[in-house]
Design a protein around this ligand. Structure first.
Ligand SMILES: [Zn+2]
Length: 165
């Protein structure tokens, strides 16, 4: 009986919901799917779903696009003609920045507002949500790409035991 109770407690303690990353097509590069999963786990709520289209026929000047289709559903598209993996990763992290800002309520999609203000006719580089997405891309690139590699090479210390107070 005691073992059964322990088993039930373990099952209850297990996470019952998690973010869903849905690849709309096959052959998504593993690194892109992995980054989507990791960033969603760390920055988005468990009820968020991201539909990922890694090979959209977008205009050559458009590397990626993010849409919000529901309060907790997003679509991220990356350009199919955009093949350099490093550029693709940076674009994906930029688009994830838009998702995070949307999830946190700073960015609304229809109509587009930032911190409750609309900015009609603002040139692209001056749009605060684009500046924010670029900052997210830089931070996330460090956190999920550079820092793990520096730790792997022993160039920066990995986390030691937690300090007890
Ligand atoms: Zn953007």
């Amino acid at each position: 009986m005691k073992k059964l109770l322990i088993l039930i407690l373990c099952l209850l303690a297990a996470p019952i919901a998690s973010q869903r990353i849905i690849n709309m097509y096959d052959h998504v590069p593993y690194v892109e799917y992995h980054l989507l999963q990791e960033v969603a786990k760390d920055y988005l709520g468990p009820d968020v779903t991201i539909y990922y289209i890694h090979n959209s026929p977008l205009h050559p000047f458009v590397y990626g696009v993010t849409h919000k289709t529901h309060p907790k559903n997003y679509i991220i598209q990356l350009n199919s003609s955009h093949e350099n993996e490093l550029d693709r990763i940076k674009t994906l992290l930029h688009e994830l920045g838009h998702v995070i800002d949307g999830y946190q309520g700073r960015l609304t999609y229809n109509p587009v507002t930032w911190d409750g203000e609309s900015y009609p006719n603002l040139p692209w580089p001056a749009r605060p949500w684009e500046i924010s997405a670029n900052e997210w891309a830089d931070c996330l690139f460090y956190e999920y790409v550079i820092e793990p590699e520096l730790k792997r090479q022993g160039l920066i210390p990995t986390a030691g035991p937690r300090i007890q107070f």
